[in-house]
Design a protein around this ligand. Structure first.
Ligand code: SAM
Length: 369
């Protein structure tokens, strides 16, 4: 496997997974481009920030600057820590700041990897703006397929004029210049909407399915089982908490836990689920890591189907295997997924009985015991 990143700053061994090496690279051409640019342009400063670092490539290469790393992803932060250690660097060189907090300002140099959703980028830049000064260097980096006119507009609205560079290996940089006279827009407010059952769903900007349930979640909501009082239930990959909140509304006496690897998802779920189930517990975690064996009666999951191009089958597969471990004997896992993802196959390898509760042309709801 090609796991050595060679850049002007040196050679670094990087893995995506914080446990072990895999076939996919832990960096992209946008990381390479921005690191080359920093060296070529002689960018300097005392206080550095990297935003949305995929698997810690930027934090690892730039560790000597003792950067802050601002991320919504617990999995990305764990991967970055592991990559620092892998390169004999002290993980405490980097201060990891979850997306629900704000980095410490002022910032002299900031590198923003362009995220998948424009609302998330917009929110980040709005919150970043007060941390910048006239001389701050602000560089956006993304693959050309994710750098659109709207991306440039969002930089210009919060930072200032933003010319882009030529594409290099299908990556592009956005060289934003801080306009000190710009009246930057206020941070985005969470969006709240109601399901037809009256559950108020709150969404912070990065969270999956912002203004209405996605088709999979909608189908799943019509096939949730009745749950006996006292049952221990986990909403895995809870996102905004719509599934857990609906379960709690229909079955008020369950013991509910909501888990997601996204800080903003868990913050959103705290609001959504908190009003339906005040005793529910919440955790930012990678799948069911940290949950004991035989600890749940029901696990419900609408697994991720894209993760920045990463291997989402692996995430779903790991969630199923973790569910098998965490469910008590006779416990039930309910999964909704796009039909073409073929979730029934890994489930049949893990569980005694797998049945389809419902299917439409696009989605299928599976129950595994
Ligand atoms: N349950 C919500 C719904 O149905 O609307 C969200 C479902 S969304 C398809 C998948 C969720 O899984 C996202 O919120 C994502 O952040 C979360 N996720 C992705 N990878 C994860 C992981 N390794 N551990 C926990 N959650 C993860």
């Amino acid at each position: 496997m090609d796991d050595v990143l060679t850049v002007p700053q040196g050679e670094f061994t990087l893995h995506r997974d914080h446990h072990e090496a895999g076939p996919l690279r832990a960096w992209d051409a946008a990381d390479e481009y921005v690191l080359a640019h920093l060296a070529e342009a002689g960018v300097s400063g005392d206080r550095w920030l990297v935003v949305n670092d995929g698997f810690g490539a930027l934090a690892t290469v730039l560790a000597d600057h003792r950067p802050q790393s601002w991320s919504d992803s617990h999995v990305a932060i764990e991967a970055a820590r592991a990559n620092l250690v892998r390169n004999d660097l002290d993980p405490d060189l980097v201060r990891f700041v979850p997306s629900t907090d704000v980095p410490e300002g002022p910032i002299d140099v900031v590198i923003v990897k362009v995220p998948r959703t424009i609302a998330f980028l917009d929110d980040e830049l709005r919150r970043l703006r007060p941390l910048l000064h006239e001389g701050s260097v602000v560089i956006g980096a993304g693959m050309t397929k994710s750098v659109h006119n709207s991306t440039i507009e969002v930089f210009e609205r919060s930072i200032g004029p933003t010319p882009t560079t030529r594409a290099r290996k299908k990556a592009r940089l956005l060289l934003a210049q801080v306009n000190p006279r710009l009246e930057a827009p206020a941070p985005l407010e969470p969006i709240t909407w109601k399901t037809h059952e009256g559950v108020a769903v709150t969404n912070l900007p990065t969270v999956f399915s912002s203004g209405s349930p996605d088709a999979g979640a909608r189908l799943l909501l019509t096939h949730l089982p009745e749950v006996p009082p006292g049952a221990r239930v986990i909403d895995l990959g809870c996102g905004n908490g719509i599934i857990g909140a609906t379960l709690a509304r229909r079955n008020p006496d369950i013991e509910l836990r909501c888990i997601d690897e996204s800080y903003q998802a868990v913050a959103s779920a705290r609001v959504t689920v908190g009003s339906e189930a005040p005793t529910a517990a919440f955790a930012v975690a990678d799948s069911l890591v940290g949950i004991p064996d035989d600890d749940a009666d029901l696990i419900v999951v609408n697994p991720p189907f894209h993760a920045g191009g990463a291997r989402t089958h692996d995430v779903a597969g790991r969630m199923f295997a973790d569910a098998r471990r965490v469910l008590r004997p006779g416990g039930q896992l309910i999964v909704v997924g796009n039909r073409h993802l073929g979730h029934h196959k890994p489930l049949r390898n893990l569980f005694d009985s797998v049945t389809a509760l419902s299917s439409d042309p696009s989605f299928v709801v599976l129950s595994a015991r």
